[in-house]
Design a binder for this molecule. Structure first.
Ligand SMILES: C[S@@+](CC[C@H](N)C(=O)[O-])C[C@H]1O[C@@H](n2cnc3c(N)ncnc32)[C@H](O)[C@@H]1O
Length: 466
């Protein structure tokens, strides 16, 4: 988020707001409260009761303005003579949001953007500010290359402006993946995420769900990633759908669905999910077990236990037991060698889900991320003590950072000769994902956000030999 800004805003808060006015209020609230954009949008929508069309516009303006903030500032800088850092926070955000519409939203005519932005400025402050907003936006429109990225000081800086990511993050990805792949990851992070559903095969077939939703006017298609997945291209909030309430499907990203395939628990087994809330993968595993056996769904935070239980109740899954404990000490809670399968879906930097949470990329610090592998290794070691000989331990994250993924697993294997890569994992994965597995590394897979326009995910499977 931006560092500048006078803490006291000079704005008045108008009543009867337009969709753009609401979007500006949400952007201001996100900055002032350092809040997550998705949570802030949900909260605002509950209060505002907007039409579906306005909701879509507000969502696009909020996500787009946050997604592209460094590029938008780059475009604005030559036109704001006193410097962006001297603007009031809300004026800066209004300018960013206006430039986002002019540079990236074809369907809104530029003059309409200027007029609307000037009206918003007039409603909130004195004429000087609306005059400045008008002047800046109109001179941008008169300048032929106002919305073209200029060369940065080096190739990485130029990429960071073109693809709207912090320089340090682009640097890290170029080092790990090379320039071309890093650019593809960053470019795909700008695309809006599609919603996807996982059908509960205990209650319904995927084709049945697709037929029902299509008849009701939703635009849906089978997932190319997972055989139980359904991608929703148009139609609205499915969390309110009666079939969701009846447990016929869950809302889950397509990459997330692959994790339970790697674990592949069977009916009657004893399974531990170490970091389970809100319960997406626990419920998927329980469904695969046909709800027979015992699935301990553990999380650190007591308030999240309820989320897991609600999920299990909605889906009618009796085999899930929601528990609370610190997974770093979970070897003190259960007997060693107790579990047939263990999943550690570890807390991570989340850099695979930037499409859903664009604020992540501006808030994360490289130093803070550097602490994660030590914690992840500690969690993996505690979990590993609980697995039966010949059992399976799956480690997954929703990040694309090598140190948190293969790096953690390799450090673990170096210290634990009783564990080895599970080379059979590849055979259990959906065909689409098998194509991503490297021939010489069949026990792990890195899904990148551009592969299927789903979340970036790392999945590794380990086998206990003795
Ligand atoms: C990636 S999320 C898990 C998502 C979950 N597996 C699902 O599919 O719905 C990571 C979870 O780890 C939990 N967590 C973080 N540190 C933990 C710890 N030390 N012990 C147990 N859980 C922890 C967080 O509360 C968070 O819910």
């Amino acid at each position: 988020m931006t560092q500048q800004k006078k803490s006291k805003s000079t704005r008045r808060v108008p009543r009867n707001q337009s969709a753009r006015g609401h979007a500006l209020d949400i952007l201001i609230a996100i900055e002032e409260q350092s809040a997550y954009s998705n949570l802030m949008l949900n909260q605002a929508f509950q209060k505002l009761q907007l039409e579906q069309q306005d909701k879509a516009l507000v969502t696009e303006l909020v996500y787009g303005t946050i997604q592209r903030q460094n590029t938008l500032d780059h475009f604005l800088t030559p036109f704001v003579k006193k410097g962006l850092h001297k603007l009031d926070r809300w004026v800066h955000l209004l300018l960013r949001m206006s430039v986002y519409q002019m540079a990236y939203m074809d369907r809104i005519p530029a003059h309409a953007v200027v007029n609307e932005s000037v009206t918003i400025a007039k409603q909130r402050a004195h004429q000087g500010i609306s005059g400045m907003v008008n002047g800046v936006l109109r001179s941008m429109l008169r300048t032929a290359d106002a919305f073209t990225v200029r060369e940065g000081q080096n190739a990485i800086e130029t990429m960071s402006l073109q693809h709207a990511h912090p320089v340090w993050m682009m640097e890290q990805w170029v080092k790990q993946y090379g320039e071309e792949t890093a650019a593809r990851i960053a470019a795909s992070n700008q695309l809006p995420p599609a919603a996807s559903l996982r059908v509960n095969e205990m209650k319904m077939k995927r084709t049945e769900l697709i037929d029902i939703l299509q008849e009701q006017g939703y635009t849906v298609r089978p997932s190319l990633v997972h055989p139980s997945g359904v991608v929703v291209e148009r139609g609205g909030n499915l969390a309110a759908h009666p079939l969701f309430q009846e447990g016929c499907f869950s809302i889950q990203d397509e990459s997330s669905m692959v994790v339970a395939e790697a674990v592949a628990p069977e009916p009657g087994m004893t399974v531990l999910d170490c970091c389970a809330a809100p319960g997406g993968k626990s419920s998927h595993m329980a469904e695969k077990m046909k709800d027979q056996g015992q699935l301990i769904a553990n999380d650190l935070h007591p308030h999240k236990q309820k989320l897991i239980q609600q999920q299990a109740d909605r889906l009618g899954l009796q085999s899930i037991e929601a528990k609370v404990s610190d997974a770093a000490q979970i070897d003190q809670v259960y007997e060693s060698g107790q579990f047939d399968r263990i999943l550690l879906d570890a807390p991570c930097s989340g850099l695979g889900v930037i499409r859903r949470k664009p604020d992540l990329k501006w808030n994360k610090q490289a130093e803070e991320m550097a602490q994660l592998p030590a914690l992840q290794l500690q969690l993996l070691e505690a979990a590993a003590a609980l697995l039966k000989p010949d059992g399976r331990l799956v480690y997954s994250t929703c990040t694309i950072v090598e140190q948190e993924n293969e790096g953690v697993v390799q450090s673990f294997l170096d210290k634990h000769p009783e564990y080895t890569w599970d080379e059979q994992m590849v055979e259990r994965l959906p065909e689409s994902i098998q194509t991503l597995v490297q021939e010489d590394a069949p026990g792990r897979v890195q899904i990148l956000p551009y592969h299927f326009q789903s979340d970036g995910f790392f999945i590794a499977s380990l086998r206990r030999t003795c």
